[in-house]
Structures are given as structure tokens and as C-alpha cells.
Design a protein around this ligand. Structure first.
Ligand code: PRP
Ligand code: MG
Length: 182
């Protein structure tokens, strides 16, 4: 285990099993509507990238994957509440079945903004697959169809999630020692 981590919350194996289950659920739920065009998985960079790569390989349907980069945290430990689009989609999602793949819901502000933004492009449907949902007081009410794990309100990193751009490459999700971010 990395020296800056106090505890592993979800092991590499826990993640593999759960992501596979989410992929199977999406496969079942979209089998009738996917058609030849398939669904569009919108990956939210950067925290959702690792989850997305595993998730799409667990979905047995035609699909396109596209990426959107947004940032609300910068290098801080708290959400600024201001969401900036750093990179927009290349795909026109109008009339498409879209699944957003996000690493974590914390305050919910990022997804609240994204849902409104993507809905305005008139997709055929729009749902959220979030690997983690933090048990945070006053979280925005986000309709999230697929959730990997509920997690405690601690600073967690790994499997795509960072603190100040570090730890994204850890294969597990762990709790960051408070002395690292305080
Ligand atoms: C993180 C994370 C989510 C968002 C969740 O993104 O990847 O996108 O915060 O927090 P919220 O529910 O409070 O909005 P961040 O802004 O740190 O960018 P990153 O994904 O590039 O690390
Ligand atoms: Mg971040």
C-alpha cells in the first residue's frame, strides 16, 4: 500500500467485480434501444477515465465513447462550485442514448451542471453511471441510475481519483492520510 494511504476502501478485485456488474446492467437495460448506432458513453475527465476504460469493456453493445473535461476542484481539496468545461464532446449527442461515466459524486455540483448542459443538447435519453457516491451532507440531488459504491465522507484517491493530480494510478481506492492534504 502507498505510504500516503491510511486504508484501502475498495481493492483492485472489488472494483473489477463491481464494474463488471455495472457493465452487465447497462448491457441489459440498453439492449432494446441501442440499435446499430449504439449508445454513447460520455467519460468525465479526468477522474472518470480509469472507470470508463474498464466500464466500456464490460458493456456488450455497440457504443461510442467520448470525453468531456471539466474541473471544479483544481488543486484544492474542496469543490469551488464553479464548473468549467475544459474540453467539450466531439460527438453530436442529439437523439442518442447517453450514459455519463463519472468517477465520483461528492457535492454533486459537477453532475448537476453536466446533466443540465447535456440535456439541453436533446439526447434520446441521459443517465449517469458513477463509480462512487460519497455520503456527503447537502449533496445535490442527482438522478444516478448506476452506482458502484457508496463511500464515507473522507478524502479518497486512486483508480482515477486524484489529490493535486497525484494517486490516479493507484489500482485501488484508498483514504488519503489527512496530513497530506491539510
Ligand atoms: C472531481 C471528480 C468529479 C467531481 C466530483 O473532479 O473527478 O468530477 O470532482 O465532485 P462534485 O460532486 O463535488 O462536483 P475535479 O474537479 O477534481 O477534476 P478531475 O476529475 O480532473 O480531478
Ligand atoms: Mg480532482
Amino acid at each position: 500500500m502507498h505510504n500516503d494511504i491510511s486504508e484501502i476502501l475498495f481493492s483492485e478485485q472489488d472494483l473489477a467485480i463491481r464494474v463488471r456488474e455495472l457493465g452487465e446492467a447497462i448491457t441489459r437495460d440498453y439492449a432494446d434501444v441501442a440499435g446499430d448506432a449504439g449508445i454513447v458513453v460520455v467519460s468525465i475527465l479526468r477522474g472518470g477515465a480509469v472507470f470508463t476504460c474498464d466500464l466500456i469493456r464490460a458493456i456488450d453493445l455497440p457504443l461510442e465513447v467520448d470525453f468531456m473535461a471539466v474541473s471544479s476542484y483544481g488543486n484544492g481539496a474542496k469543490s469551488s462550485g464553479v464548473v468549467r468545461i475544459l474540453k467539450d464532446l466531439s460527438t453530436d449527442i442529439r437523439g442518442r442514448h447517453v450514459v455519463i461515466a463519472e468517477g465520483i459524486i461528492d457535492s454533486g455540483l459537477t453532475l448537476k451542471y453536466l446533466l443540465k448542459n447535456l440535456q439541453s443538447r436533446e439526447p434520446a435519453s441521459l443517465t449517469v453511471a458513477a463509480l462512487m457516491r460519497k455520503d456527503t451532507p447537502a449533496q445535490a440531488d442527482i438522478p444516478c441510475r448506476y452506482i458502484g459504491f457508496e463511500c464515507p465522507d473522507e478524502f479518497i484517491v486512486g483508480y482515477g481519483l486524484d489529490f493535486a493530480e497525484h494517486y490516479r494510478n493507484l489500482p485501488y481506492i484508498g483514504v488519503l492520510k489527512p496530513e497530506i492534504y491539510q
